[in-house]
Design a binder for this molecule. Structure first.
Ligand code: GLA
Length: 388
């Protein structure tokens, strides 16, 4: 992989692609001449209505470039080369803070306290009933009306060996969005010398609570704003998924993917079965489901999904320790948002692959538990590897 990435960069240089396209020399693109990552660079991105400053951090290592906002821990841009060494931003986002605040469908954001939905925003824990913020019809979605995506995080840059990264901290007070306990969350974004982007999530609480953190990056490996992702080929290592009701709340069933459009056990183009008319797809306007990863919960991240864009050759591999993966095919993008590159996003112009615990787990005894108790530390990691 590393060898391959270096070859790509060297190839680009040989092909006469300008140094500016690569953001410097081949050495700079793969870290620095000493093989160590360079310290992340900070700049002012904008201000919130109350005057709070939002900063943007630029990171680069192993041929991957990342721009991260202190608001929501948002990955604003992520640039990787294609097979000819040409860089493209492959994630959806905005070029200004106002659009993120006013209308972002969670572009690139950290999601908490609970990724995806909790039915009616209700659950019972240790005999006590909790009512959460309801922000998706009658249901709770992605942490409620003001989730982790809408807060400014404390950001601390680091370099460690050949790694570069950011530690992001946010403390959610007892009762925020209806959740019990003060939850101290720490998320670490790391870029290593192979250009892999790793996310390590950690959280502690002072009262029993539920937690399910994730990242809501919208991928288009042909480039942000370049059109549909239907040609992207997707592999998911799961033979079951969790069907939902009309509000996209799991029914509790773990259904087989065999013989359905939900079968991604062999890589296939996303567009192949997206119009197959399966009732679950009609209800969700495409794919918007949790796949039950065959490996289950693992002590370390294991490979669970591969996304490949045939024309550019860009490939994303996802490894996680989590039991579930939400594949959302950008069904609610409707041509009303204009992104970083000045192009409008339409339905299916990007997809999300959110590593997670199953949606609505607090209401399903047969789903792995999302309960966190005082004294315990919630920990989960997801690794994104890129190739071309
Ligand atoms: C998730 C959900 C979708 C949708 C998007 C954000 O992926 O599963 O239903 O809410 O987030 O628009």
């Amino acid at each position: 992989m590393e060898l391959n990435r270096r070859t790509v960069i060297a190839g680009a240089a040989a092909a006469g692609i300008a140094a500016t396209t690569l953001g410097g020399t081949a050495e700079a693109a793969s870290g620095s001449s000493s093989g160590k990552g360079r310290k992340p660079v900070k700049e002012l991105f904008g201000k919130l209505a109350d005057g709070t400053k939002v900063y943007r951090w630029s990171l680069e290592n192993g041929g991957t470039r990342l721009k991260v906002l202190s608001y929501g821990g948002i990955v604003q841009t992520l640039e990787i080369p294609d097979r000819r060494g040409r860089y493209e931003n492959v994630v959806l986002g905005f070029d200004n803070i106002d659009d993120y605040v006013a209308k972002s469908p969670y572009f690139g954001a950290l999601i908490g306290r609970y990724g995806n939905r909790i039915g009616k925003g209700q659950f019972t824990l240790d005999g006590k009933k909790y009512q959460l913020s309801v922000n998706d019809g009658v249901n709770h979605l992605h942490g409620g009306a003001k989730g982790f995506d809408k807060h400014v995080w404390d950001v601390e840059p680091f370099t460690k060996g050949s790694d570069v990264g950011l530690h992001l901290h946010y403390t959610s007070v007892d009762g925020e969005m209806g959740y019990p306990g003060t939850l101290k969350a720490k998320v670490t974004y790391t870029l290593n010398r192979r250009g892999e982007w790793r996310i390590d999530y950690e959280a502690t609480t002072d009262k029993a609570t539920v937690v399910n953190l994730t990242s809501h990056v919208y991928w288009n490996l042909a480039g942000e704003g370049s059109g549909t992702i239907e040609d992207h080929e997707l592999y998911i290592a799961a033979h079951r998924y969790t069907p939902t009701d009309s509000g996209l709340i799991p029914t509790g069933e773990l259904a087989t993917v065999a013989g359905t459009p939900f079968d991604f056990r062999h890589a296939k183009a996303i567009g192949r079965d997206i119009r197959a008319g399966h009732p679950q797809q009609v209800q969700a306007k495409g794919f918007d489901h949790n796949w039950v990863l065959d490996k289950g919960i693992t002590p370390r991240p294991e490979h669970v999904a591969t996304l490949a864009e045939p024309r550019s050759g860009r490939t994303l591999k996802i490894a996680t320790d989590q039991p579930g993966l939400q594949f959302y095919s950008g069904n609610f993008l409707d041509g009303t948002l204009t992104g970083t590159g000045g192009r409008t996003y339409r339905q299916g112009d990007a997809l999300c692959l959110e590593t997670q615990h199953f949606p609505d787990s607090p209401n399903h005894a047969n789903f792995p538990s999302t309960v966190l108790r005082p004294g315990q530390t919630y920990r989960t990691s997801t690794v994104h590897s890129f190739d071309a």
